[in-house]
Design a protein around this ligand. Structure first.
Ligand SMILES: *Cc1c(COP(=O)(O)O)cnc(C)c1O
Length: 360
């Protein structure tokens, strides 16, 4: 068996020990005689898996007791509608900070549910830099302020927490949740699809402060009503049970890696190897302002895009896959989530240097 270094932005690489454990438990989970996939979501076996996944997430992220953790479906794109349906009822207006493709999409979808103000945009920099908070035109009467903490396509990441006063801060953390310590108490709501940094697709995690529940628009589908899901421990409808189980194993694995501070240090070291290579080269280019560079998704361009196909082919031949940039921007992108070992980044950088030398 050979495993590749998978630089996919998502669904993405998972820790190998987790996949091994899932394989070992596939036919008979802990003597139950069943696969987790075959269990009733209301049976005692799955309830214990669900409870442990939530407890480990709470522990890792230090989620305060006045926050609910919901396991939902619909992905982050689903949340683009689900968030305003649940939160915009408090006044009918919301602020969006547009820093790239994902927050742009969030803002566009939200317009179906209320008055949306783009309080700041990175468009002038072609989304290569975050607009500084001093330029934000926040509405003190907004129901919430929405950010995307890490733009998966553009490779721009918040390394600071916006100050929004009494207005709840909402963050799409799909591509950087659990990559570093986060002070959850600074947020009203955090959402993330699981398939970037914490599990398989099909599961969306929502962390929401208690007082924001109960304001859903009447059109909100029951399955997407946070309050209803909170009252039913995310079991108003059948939750994505197998994805929750795998996420639980991934969270245990993150715990065994030393928790969030240790994981952040590791991620910083990994990203440095790649950015140092890019900065030392005139053959490769990353356009993002250094202070706003993502530790998770590193887009880069070759000097001559006619070489893209050859670069990707050579990478594939060396067991490095999914380096092609998003179709909307071209170039390359290396996604280096928690489960990407530093050896993968080192192998990539080694290859990049060889490729550059061969095409100088
Ligand atoms: C991947 C991603 C999404 C979309 O997730 P889906 O699961 O396809 O809905 C949204 N926001 C961010 C930041 C992402 O990285």
């Amino acid at each position: 068996m050979t495993r590749v270094f998978n630089f996919s932005p998502g669904p993405a690489t998972l820790p190998e020990p987790v996949l091994r454990q899932a394989a070992a438990e596939m036919l008979d989970w802990h003597g139950s005689g069943m696969s987790v996939m075959e269990m009733s979501h209301r049976g005692k076996e799955f309830l214990s898996i669900h409870a442990q996944a939530e407890a480990t997430l709470r522990e890792l992220m230090g989620i305060p007791a006045n926050y609910k953790v919901l396991f939902m479906q619909g992905g982050a794109i689903g949340e683009n509608a689900i968030v305003p349906m649940n939160l915009i009822g408090r006044g009918g207006r919301a602020d969006y900070i547009v820093t790239g493709d994902w927050s742009k999409k969030s803002q566009k979808e939200a317009k179906n549910f209320g008055t949306i103000n783009v309080a700041a945009s990175g468009e002038a920099s072609k989304f290569t830099a975050l607009p500084p908070q001093s330029q934000w035109k926040l509405d003190p009467g907004a129901a919430y302020v929405h950010i995307c903490s890490n733009e998966t396509i553009g490779g721009v990441q918040f390394h600071w927490t916006p100050q929004t006063g009494d207005v709840p801060l909402v963050a799409d953390m799909s591509s950087d949740i659990l990559s570093r310590p986060v002070d959850v108490s600074k947020y009203g709501l955090i959402y993330a699809g699981a398939q970037k940094n914490m599990g398989p697709s099909g599961l969306t995690v929502v962390i929401v402060r208690d007082d924001l529940l109960g304001h859903a628009l009447p059109i909100t589908p029951s399955a997407f009503n946070y309050q209803l899901q909170a009252e039913n421990d995310s079991m108003y409808n059948t939750p994505p049970t197998y994805a929750i189980y795998i996420m639980g194993l991934v969270l245990q694995h993150f715990k065994s890696m030393g928790g969030m501070a240790a994981i952040e240090a590791r991620n910083r070291a990994k990203a440095k190897v790649l950015y140092d290579c890019l900065d030392a080269s005139s053959f490769y280019r990353n356009p993002v302002a250094p202070a706003d560079r993502s530790l998770m998704n590193v887009p880069f361009w070759l000097k001559d895009d006619a070489l893209d196909a050859e670069f990707l082919q050579g990478a594939q031949a060396r067991g490095m896959i999914q380096l092609k940039g998003h179709r909307s921007v071209g170039g390359m992108r290396a996604s280096i989530y928690n489960a990407m070992p530093i050896e993968g980044v080192q192998a990539l950088v080694q290859y990049m240097k060889e490729f550059e030398a061969g095409h100088a």
